[in-house]
Design a protein around this ligand. Structure first.
Ligand SMILES: C[S@@+](CC[C@H](N)C(=O)[O-])C[C@H]1O[C@@H](n2cnc3c(N)ncnc32)[C@H](O)[C@@H]1O
Length: 448
């Protein structure tokens, strides 16, 4: 490498770490979603001038810190006998980045220490912490790996309430297996095809694997819009687990389907691609635009309504309804590790109340003999199975329309005793895991 090239690579490596520092700060302090913070940094922050690889590295660092934050903080506490100094500004996050790079990203120690110390050129006011940074990271480089083995990742990385809630629902072993998936360095990308008959052809073209749910899975990927088939609208991005609720509605060809809480629209696309006449409603105009863009790219159509579902009235009742209710999204932590640090027990209670209210309201929109699927991408039982008992008591005309293994043989693993569906992130672990979903099919045929 020439001296100039080495200089410029050092400069971009440093800018990537500055970007990572800003991402971590925004996500942890302002509760921003990582993808939103990243989009902002690309537009207006230090990531703007970087190439794709350096940008991806910045995001990788931020994701790794968020995935392993509990472990990293425990290690820092062990190696900083006097604790984190007060009023030390960015020091904590600089050390977190350094630790993540040393222990989980295999960056050579000299580069880690060099970059960590270089941060204080920007943060001059805190330059007095250079020596401490150097000393702590050198100790982590030599002793961190061994020390890390003494820490339980699930207990350390999940907040106490979440760890205990998951253990009491799924057991400690499954919780550990889920944590393992939450820490995956690479999350696969799933694609749903506009025409599922073309699956073999697209699997070959993209070098993708077919999932048992009938979608395609790419183990690694760069920019989605550069993947073959995006521009021509052959597919859209949708986690394999997220395709299951629509399948539970059965054959919807030529049927009127009300898709509630529809944005950004993965399930809308699925319904329309199957030939349903879809009305998709979401309270967020901005998120609804994403459906519009996706529909137009794929060449499909649906009626879109931007409105609060509690305020929308319809002239007729609906034979099919999908309610994909707002939730804590703990089932998507694999792809959104920031949720580990942002969700609280109060959020779970809030979403659970809202979902119960939505379910009761939406039940009034279903035609006699109709089917409705309620789903959430939460792992918490309060946002799934625990709602159903009360719903059935308050709506005696309704009953669970249970899923059967004959109906979905390849997905029998996910069917629960009561006929509802539950997927977990640790399932399909050999091919990269899946999102956690709860879905249940309800009909008002109980008392015809
Ligand atoms: C889990 S997301 C839906 C995902 C979507 N069904 C898909 O497959 O891409 C929940 C959605 O509920 C919407 N939402 C929240 N409260 C709502 C309300 N009162 N009325 C309508 N939509 C609402 C949010 O804007 C959000 O887009």
């Amino acid at each position: 490498m020439t001296e100039n090239k080495a200089q410029s690579s050092k400069k971009s490596g440093m800018a990537a770490r500055e970007g990572a520092l800003r991402l971590i700060h925004t996500v942890l302090s302002e509760k921003a979603l990582l993808d939103d913070a990243y989009a902002h940094e690309i537009k207006d922050g230090p990531l703007r001038k970087l190439n794709g690889n350096d940008r991806a590295f910045a995001k990788r660092i931020a994701i790794t810190v968020l995935q392993h934050l509990g472990e990293i903080d425990q290690l820092l506490a062990r190696f900083m006998e006097r604790g984190m100094p007060k009023k030390s500004g960015p020091l904590r996050n600089i050390l977190r980045i350094g630790t993540a790079e040393l222990l989980f990203l295999n960056t050579p120690p000299h580069a880690v220490v060099d970059c960590a110390v270089s941060h204080f050129r920007t943060w001059r006011k805190y330059a007095g912490f250079k020596g401490l940074t150097n000393a702590v990271l050198r100790r982590i480089a030599s002793e961190g790996e061994k020390e890390l083995l003494t820490i339980d990742p699930a207990k350390a990385n999940l907040p106490d309430w979440m760890y205990h809630a998951l253990c009491s629902t799924y057991g400690a072993e499954t919780t550990a297996a889920m944590m393992h998936q939450f820490m995956r360095p690479q999350i696969p990308l799933d694609l749903s095809l506009k025409d599922p008959h073309d699956i073999d052809q697209w699997a070959e073209k993209l070098g993708a694997e077919k999932t048992p749910a009938g979608s395609l899975r790419l183990a690694t990927h760069d920019r989605v819009d550069l993947i073959e088939g995006f521009q021509e609208g052959a597919w859209w991005v949708q986690d394999a687990a997220a395709t299951l609720p629509v399948r539970m509605l059965g054959d919807v060809k030529d049927q009127r389907v009300l898709d509630l809480c529809a944005a950004p629209g993965g399930k809308t696309m699925q319904l329309v691609a199957q030939g349903a006449r879809v009305t998709a409603l979401d309270i967020s105009k901005k998120r609804l635009q994403r459906i519009e863009e996706n529909l137009s790219r794929v060449g499909l159509q649906a009626e879109l309504i931007a409105k609060d579902l509690f305020k929308q009235t319809f002239d007729e009742k609906w034979p099919f309804i999908l309610l994909d209710a707002p939730c804590s999204a703990t089932g998507t932590i694999r792809r959104h590790p920031e949720l580990i640090h942002q969700r609280t027990e109060d959020d779970i209670a809030h979403f659970s109340r809202l979902q119960a209210k939505m379910l009761n309201h939406v039940a009034t929109l279903l035609a006699p003999g109709g089917k409705m699927v309620f789903c959430t991408c939460s792992l918490q039982p309060q946002e799934g199975p625990e709602l159903i008992g009360d719903f059935l008591m308050q709506n005696p005309d309704f009953a669970i329309d249970p899923l059967s293994a004959e109906e979905m043989p390849e997905l029998a693993l996910f069917i629960q005793e009561d006929g509802s569906l539950r997927t977990r992130p640790d399932q399909w672990s050999d091919i990269g895991g899946m999102d956690g979903f709860f879905a249940i099919r309800l009909s008002n045929e109980a008392n015809p």
